[in-house]
Design a binder for this molecule. Structure first.
Ligand code: HEM
Length: 237
């Protein structure tokens, strides 16, 4: 798989299949999300809900596959060796753009995961049509506790499986620990967000627009990274 991804690409003369496919998919997902935004703006709640859901699920599947295929990382994979430009451009432009890109991708994934349940909680389905409902939207303390204990239980189960099947589970343990901790943090943040934006419909609109803007910025930063690596400053052999 790794060898296939390293084959010459089809978009730019020095690109690779891995880089081209990942860039094209990033483009497709961002466009799908922006179309979902346009649908919401036109008041097409149900079509918006379906498209946001499908794009989100395919984006997560793609990220997992990509993570396994390329062993996480433009930074480690393409690093300094992949960049053929001068040192000042690498340090002052390439690294900051790539760092911002990775931060935005992490934030975008977390926000999208948060937005899906919020979409269902903040809307009501009348006659097969989703509409946002105005009014206070709060998670009940009992539900909050159940969710937190479920996350804890899943983490413990995952730890037990890792210890049973892996020879050296330390790295995987830390990685999964961070993933579960992030999910727990997002659920806890909901308590703070509830105080700042008590109205569910307004919360979905404001958080949703922020998420969409982040997706658009991800496209800008991934385009800049792609252009720098494979078009403007390709690696000289
Ligand atoms: C990644 C996930 C999602 C994002 C980023 C998102 C984003 C947004 C945004 C930005 C708006 C307001 C549009 C505007 O006025 O600018 C909106 C409206 C809306 N969203 Fe979402 N949304 C997501 C998922 C969902 C889901 C899963 C549902 C339903 C279950 C949903 C239901 C709605 C409804 C009903 C509206 C109101 C449309 C109208 O004004 O009639 N959303 N969403």
């Amino acid at each position: 798989m790794k060898t296939l991804l390293e084959q010459p690409g089809f978009l730019a003369p020095s690109g690779t299949i891995g880089a081209d496919v990942s860039y094209l998919l990033a483009l497709v997902f961002t466009i799908l999300f922006l179309v979902a935004w346009a649908m919401a703006k036109k008041g097409q709640g149900t079509r918006h809900h379906k498209l946001a859901l499908v794009s989100m699920v395919s984006m997560i599947v793609y990220f997992c596959a990509y993570y396994y295929a390329r062993q996480l990382g433009v930074l480690s994979f393409e690093g300094r060796e992949g960049f053929g430009g001068p040192d000042e451009v690498y340090e002052n432009v390439f690294v900051p753009v790539l760092t911002i890109h990775l931060i935005l991708v992490t934030l975008g994934l977390i926000l999208a995961l948060y937005m899906i349940p919020l979409g269902f909680r903040a809307s009501e389905n009348t006659g097969g049509d989703y509409r946002l409902k105005t009014g206070e939207l709060k998670m009940k303390p009992r539900i909050f506790k159940i969710i937190m204990f479920t996350i804890l239980g899943c983490w413990a189960l995952n730890q037990a499986i890792l210890l049973a099947v892996r020879q050296n589970p330390f790295g995987a343990s830390v990685a999964y620990g961070l993933i579960f901790a992030t999910i727990a943090l997002v659920v806890s943040l909901e308590k703070l967000i509830e105080k700042l934006l008590p109205d569910g419909a307004r919360r979905h609109r404001i958080m949703g627009r922020t998420t969409m803007v982040i997706f658009a910025l991800i496209l800008v930063t991934s385009t800049a990274t792609y252009l720098m690596l494979y078009v403007i400053y390709p690696h000289k052999i």
